[in-house]
Design a protein around this ligand. Structure first.
Ligand code: TYM
Length: 348
């Protein structure tokens, strides 16, 4: 069956961009294939330098997955750091990773521009991410748009590895379907992007991102969430007038010039959004009304998950048990692949 894998960094509180861009797909896909989902807590060390915070954020990310509907009986849920093999594959992949690829990485440049320390780990981030994906022979990786380049790198480096180390491997026939060709040891993954939610805007219209301070958190304090929603950037169209719709191509640097409209569209059930859309175009309501509507939509969409999250917070033993179980299932898979990789490269 198809293997679907993805991860989220435990570098901060999860927000609705993470949900609509990625986590919602994870939950929807758990019946369509074998799911491997993890908390990228080693990646998070590139920005989280406080050990207490690192531990707490890792546990919170696990609680988020579970309360949003990931079922540990269907999918394997684990912590990245519980499968040490990933660090071994990371090194081996790094020996066939062109430095020039890493120099082209958008996320590295973006993060450095945002003030994140340009350490080696940040530079090598895509190599560890490729190891995450290739270690479990993933077919599909559901992610938001910002991760596409990382998945392309994983494909490229898998081809490089296979070409170097698998006798009879032909990059034109990576599964070795034709006579005389061998299948690669590392399977080529593909990104899976949800067109309509590939970049969720934050309250200022830029991509929703922790580092822009423009997020609406999934499990944050209610008052804070209300404040964020009420602060969504709007223009000065009078209360009764029709409101401008998002343009096809918003000004550079923005992902939406009408984030309130886009967020309503994202969070309301279709029939309710149709009503909002009609009054938005015709006029009669002010932005304040729409913000209240969005707050209601938020509570309708995430109220039950927030409730489960609170219950899990009171039962850390249960969360840990699920993670341990996931780790042992993931480890079995990882050790199978690493046996092949070690043999291929000549490491006892
Ligand atoms: P991270 O933790 O930054 O984000 C987790 C997921 O959320 C998506 N996302 C968004 N989607 C739409 N709109 C937004 N505003 C938005 N913000 C975030 C991201 O695209 C991502 O899918 N490098 C990864 C974590 C990772 C990983 C992996 C993912 C580590 N190893 C292996 C897949 C496979 C990351 O930083 O995600």
């Amino acid at each position: 069956s198809m293997r679907i894998l993805s991860g989220v960094q435990s570098s901060g509180r999860l927000h609705i961009g993470n949900y609509y861009g990625a986590l919602r797909q994870f939950v929807q896909l758990q019946d369509e294939g074998e799911g491997y989902y993890f908390i990228a807590n080693l990646h998070a060390l590139t920005t989280v330098r406080d050990p207490k915070a690192a531990l707490a954020l890792t546990r919170e990310a696990a609680m988020a997955y579970l309360s949003l509907g990931l079922d540990p009986k269907k999918a394997v849920l684990f912590r990245q750091s519980d499968v040490r093999e990933v660090l071994e594959l990371y090194w081996i992949l790094g020996t066939v990773t062109p430095h020039a690829h890493l120099e082209r990485a958008h996320s590295y440049k973006d993060k450095v521009a945002k003030g994140i320390s340009p350490d080696f780990g940040l530079f090598a981030y895509p190599v560890l991410m490729a190891a995450d994906i290739l270690l479990y022979s993933a077919d599909f990786v559901p992610v938001g748009k910002d991760q596409i380049q990382h998945i392309e790198f994983a494909r490229d480096w898998a081809v490089k590895f296979n070409t170097q180390y698998v006798p009879g491997y032909d990059p034109a026939d990576p599964e070795g379907k034709e006579r005389g060709h061998a299948p690669g040891i590392l399977k080529l993954p593909a990104a899976r992007i949800q067109e309509t939610t590939q970049t969720v805007p934050g309250v200022d219209g830029q991509k929703m991102s922790k580092s822009y301070g423009n997020t609406i958190e999934l499990f944050g304090d209610e008052k804070e969430i209300k404040k964020r929603i009420m602060s969504i950037k709007t223009d000065s169209t009078p209360v009764d007038a029709p409101k401008p719709l998002p343009t096809q191509s918003p000004p550079p640097g923005l992902v939406s010039d009408a984030p309130l409209y886009d967020l309503l569209k994202l969070m309301l059930p279709e029939s309710e959004f149709a009503e909002v859309d009609a009054t938005w175009r015709a006029g009669g309501k002010g932005y304040g009304d729409y913000k209240k509507k969005l707050l209601e939509a938020y509570h309708a969409a995430f109220g039950p998950a927030r409730q489960r999250y609170a219950e899990l917070a009171a039962d850390p033993g249960e969360v840990e048990r699920i993670l341990q179980d996931g780790a042992s299932r993931a480890r079995a898979e990882a050790s199978r692949l690493m046996d092949q990789v070690r043999k291929a490269v000549g490491v006892p």
